[in-house]
Design a protein around this ligand. Structure first.
Ligand code: ADP
Ligand code: MG
Length: 721
């Protein structure tokens, strides 16, 4: 019996060799998963040929001409094909090599090749072809599939090999349960594979693709539903809001009222914290949407319950800033344990890698004794020596910089699994949230607090000196009016050899540098340039980048916030979270070197106060995709629109982190951008199924498919998000 595991050699003999050596295809299953990339129709109109296109045409041989070649030995063969309307194309073989025995006038052939134009005739040079008389009607799929190239193998051989295999194999074990398949009107696996390899029509092909998309969505959502269920089996200690304690005092002092969106999310978080299972919630909201204040309220709930909260930040700069923000917002509530401090208050400590031994020891003691109710830190929080008295809540700022191991280390520091709140300012389209963060509950802040002034964004052509001059004039005007500006460059450019972390980071800079281009603007050179610019005379200009010592970075940011520095020339070290309300202008040099989401993040550093923000995207890019990207960023400040654009522009595999793996990408049909509804349906189906049959005992095929997905690197990715 032929199964997916059957060796191809037994079935298609000679054709198996090239498939194995070129594509690593050895089994029936491998071959059936080698999908065509394009389909063409037979009635390809010979009148509509386009130079350079690959076509498959059906026609009748009208005449054949065999003649010796002038420049070298051998015979050349030209066979003219015509269609019913009398249009012609010439099949040209520079070495006749026996084609003359097959291509006689009157025979009908299906021929495929690249169209060229020669002396006012259309030609197919060295086309692959098959005589239609060699094929039975049933041998011809309705649409002719084109496979990725396999050296030493004509496309037609693939078509016939796949047919052989499809005919030999029976109904296949199907990961989609029968009732779901019927409910969604999806074909069986065998039928869908037939539809992909030998479609009768476009509708047939579409239905088959849809089935494959749903199957991928279902497998993925099943994995996530099981992860979620496993989490729900864990128990956590409920942490309940206490009336009149620190949270109440804090709320009473807030200088603004929370937006409806914030209130709704706050209620969700409070519910979670009061629950007996660990919260595991992603809070996403555009820059400035007010996430920090909600995270702080959650931390105060932990404090009020007599426990502790930790806030984990991706960099020292951000950790220090969170610490400053939190102590400022809390006022005397942050002086708990100190003589004269607020009695409901607590101690807020900052633990980073750059403390003196003595400071460190003191802070570790505060954490271990429970004196410190709120602990802010970097990955230094993850070290063995750090032990908490009673860790109730972990807030993770910008999860994508943390892996699952780190998350688990923090969880392991609590007696019972702590509640986890993840903050992200990188808006994630709903489908991605459902897929990538499928085991998290997601809360979204969609509106910005009222009273924000919009940011205006312009693209500045770097090659026009008067535009550039105008840019620095604008910066000078703002700074002379008491405001401040960032100037962001793609790299440090101090030529000390290896580039630092934020320098030309492959992940940050999506778009490869063209070696022919000048290097992108650097912080060091820009600093010198701006200090020399008469338009900026008298302004205080400094630079900030990841290679500076931490104290310097902190001092620079503090100076910038306090108004001692007018212009801060920086790398993307300021990308996430830096909050200086007096900064109103963001200039980004060589902006085309950054991705859409990253530009949006950078832009979010301005317009945080009551004054309008201005973002100037400098670029020397020619009209084309890079410039269009910048124009898109200039056209909207809606982070979700931009996130979607970003997603569309990356390969989806990159977004998911699911790269080639053993020659098989896992998401081959499903698009996170286009298949939102399908993913939502699969998510609901998976939830129902898992609630009823958590270990998928009744769905062994689906379970096997899920387990196959969960090979290590995918599992890690799903966890990491
Ligand atoms: P995020 O962390 O989402 O970027 P923040 O929490 O830092 O946003 O909020 C940005 C600024 O807006 C802060 O100065 C914060 O105090 C302020 N803010 C937060 N919520 C509100 C609100 N409801 N009304 C007015 N200002 C707010
Ligand atoms: Mg924030």
């Amino acid at each position: 019996m032929v199964t997916l595991a059957t060796d191809l050699k037994a079935l298609i003999a000679g054709a198996a060799g090239p498939l194995k050596s070129a594509r690593g295809i050895t089994t029936v299953g491998d071959l059936l998963a080698f999908y065509p990339t394009r389909y063409v129709t037979y009635d390809s109109d010979l009148a509509g040929l386009v130079e350079g296109h690959f076509v498959v045409v059906v026609g009748e041989v009208k005449s054949v001409q065999l003649r010796p070649m002038t420049a070298r030995k051998g015979m050349m063969l030209n066979a003219i094909l015509t269609d019913a309307a009398g249009n012609e194309v010439t099949m040209t073989f520079f070495n006749a090599r026996g084609h003359e025995n097959k291509l006689h006038p009157g025979v009908r052939v299906i021929a495929g090749g690249q169209v060229t134009r020669y002396k006012r005739t259309w030609q197919l040079a060295h086309p692959g072809y098959t005589l239609l008389s060699d094929l039975t009607e049933a041998d011809q799929p309705g649409l002719y599939p084109l496979y990725p190239a396999v050296p030493k193998m004509h496309n037609w051989t693939l078509v016939s090999s796949v047919k052989l295999v499809l005919d030999a194999i029976g109904e296949l074990p199907d990961p989609i349960p029968g009732d779901l398949r019927r409910r969604h009107g999806l074909p069986s696996l065998h039928a869908a594979l037939t539809g992909l390899h030998r479609p009768d029509s476009h509708a047939h092909l579409e239905a088959s693709r849809r089935r494959m998309q749903y199957a991928e969505a279902l497998v993925l959502q099943t994995i996530l539903a099981r992860a979620r269920r496993a989490r729900e089996q864990e128990s956590a200690q409920p942490r309940v809001v206490v009336d009149g304690a620190a949270l109440g005092v804090f709320d009473g002092r807030l200088p603004f009222t929370l937006t409806d969106g914030q209130l709704a999310v706050a209620a969700e978080i409070a519910d979670d914290l009061a629950g007996t299972h660990p919260m595991y919630r992603l809070l996403q909201g555009d820059v400035g949407s007010g996430k920090t204040v909600l995270a702080l309220r959650a931390m105060l709930t932990a404090v009020d319950a007599g426990a502790q909260a930790a806030l984990l930040a991706p960099t020292e700069v951000l950790a220090a800033q969170h610490h400053r923000t939190i102590t400022t917002l809390l006022g005397d509530l942050a002086t708990g344990g100190v003589l004269g401090g607020h009695e409901g208050g607590t101690k807020v400590v900052l633990l980073t890698g750059s403390l003196t031994q003595a400071e460190r020891r003191r802070i570790l003691l505060d954490i271990a004794s429970g004196q410190a109710g709120i602990v802010v830190g970097t990955h230094a929080l993850l070290q063995d020596k750090v032990s908490f008295a009673d860790l109730a809540l972990v807030v993770i700022d910008e999860q994508h910089r943390f892996g699952v191991e780190q998350r688990d280390v923090l969880r392991a520091k609590a007696a019972t699994p702590p509640h986890v709140l993840v903050l992200t300012a990188t808006p994630i389209p709903r489908t991605v949230a459902m897929t990538v963060f499928g085991d998290l509950d997601v809360s979204t802040l969609t509106e910005l607090p009222a009273g924000r002034t919009p940011i205006t964004t312009h693209v500045v052509d770097d090659r026009k000196p008067n535009w550039v001059a105008r840019t620095w004039q604008r910066v000078a005007e703002e700074c002379r009016a008491g405001k401040a500006a960032y100037v962001v460059c793609p790299r440090i450019g101090d030529e000390t050899g290896a580039d630092g972390g934020e320098d030309l980071d492959a992940e940050d800079l999506l778009f490869d540098l063209d070696p022919g281009l000048r290097p992108p603007a650097g912080v060091v050179a820009t600093l010198a340039e701006l200090r020399d610019d008469p338009a900026l005379a008298g302004l205080r200009i400094e630079c900030l980048h990841g290679r500076l010592p931490t104290e310097d970075k902190d001092a620079l940011l503090a100076g910038f916030a306090a108004g001692d520095i007018d212009i801060l020339v920086a790398t993307t070290v300021i990308e996430v979270g830096v909050d200086v309300p007096r900064a109103t202008v963001m200039v980004i040099r060589d902006a085309d070197r950054f991705g859409v989401s990253q530009l949006h993040q950078l832009r979010g550093r301005v317009g945080r106060g009551s004054d309008p923000g201005l973002c100037l995207l400098m670029t020397a890019a020619d009209p084309g995709p890079a410039l269009r990207r910048l124009e898109a960023v200039a056209a909207t400040t809606d982070g979700f629109v931009l996130a979607r654009l970003d997603l569309e522009q990356r390969r989806e595999g990159d977004v998911l982190g699911v790269h080639q793996s053993g020659g098989h990408r896992r998401l081959r049909f499903l698009s996170l951008v286009r298949h939102e509804e399908l993913i939502a349906a699969a998510r609901a189906d998976a939830a129902t199924m898992i609630a009823d049959d958590p270990d998928l005992e009744r769905q062994p095929v689906l379970r096997a498919a899920a387990e196959q997905w969960l090979e290590p690197e995918v599992a890690e990715f799903l966890e990491k998000g």
